[in-house]
Design a protein around this ligand. Structure first.
Ligand SMILES: O=C(O)CCC(=O)C(=O)O
Ligand SMILES: [Fe+2]
Length: 129
């Protein structure tokens, strides 16, 4: 079984998704339920070029330290976002209020049979298959 082709995300009050790059080539997200406040999707484009092995840890570190201006995407329920997160750092800030943020994510790869690493599968799903 291949995990992570489709995921649903739930972020209750105080929960967030920290800065990361995606493993996938691109993803489509669909916001299902929008919280009262918080849960801003923030990103910095083209921080690295992973397929060329240019990981640019210096610039990634500056983003994590808050030293780089970020862009924010405003999303309403029903918003479809096509996003190439492989080289663009992104995060979702903590949900505020009692309404849980709910979102579906469809992840795509240009190569067949790509799967998350075992450690990533254990982190996200608690099992390997
Ligand atoms: O929750 C979002 O809007 C983005 C999700 C995301 O970055 C991911 O699933 O890798
Ligand atoms: Fe992501």
């Amino acid at each position: 079984m291949v995990f992570s082709s489709i995921n649903s995300h739930y972020a209750a009050q105080g929960q967030e998704l920290g800065w990361h790059f995606d493993n996938s080539s691109f993803a489509i997200t669909l916001l299902i339920q929008k919280p009262e406040a918080g849960a801003a999707f923030e990103y910095v484009r083209d921080v690295r070029d992973a397929d060329r092995g240019d990981m640019n840890y210096e610039q990634a570190g500056r983003v994590l330290n808050g030293d780089v201006p970020v862009q924010t995407l405003s999303m309403d329920p029903g918003t479809l976002v096509l996003f190439r997160g492989r080289n663009s750092l992104h995060r979702v800030t903590p949900t505020q209020g009692d309404i849980t943020r709910m979102l579906a994510v469809l992840a795509y790869n240009t190569e067949p049979d790509i799967a998350l690493s075992e450690s990533a599968r254990m982190t996200f799903y608690g099992r390997l298959g």
